[in-house]
Design a protein around this ligand. Structure first.
Ligand SMILES: [Zn+2]
Length: 69
């Protein structure tokens, strides 16, 4: 079983909040779900105060398994 997601993913911004040093934006994949369990695929972008992207991680909202996009 692979955790690799398809190349063409439509991301929708579902949440943005200040984590204290910038914005944390949460996106949900509209056209894919986790093949392992059918859960939503979530991507979280952590930005610094100048809005530069610090880290991005993708995971399943249902089982929390880390995914790669
Ligand atoms: Zn899952």
């Amino acid at each position: 079983m692979t955790n690799q997601l398809p190349d063409e993913i439509t991301w929708t911004l579902i949440n943005a909040e200040d984590w204290g040093g910038g914005l944390e934006r949460t996106y949900r994949a509209e056209n894919v779900e986790h093949a392992g369990c059918g859960g939503d695929v979530i991507q979280v972008h952590l930005h610094d105060p100048l809005d530069a992207l610090l880290t991005a991680r993708t995971y399943c909202a249902k089982c929390s398994e880390a995914l790669s996009a």
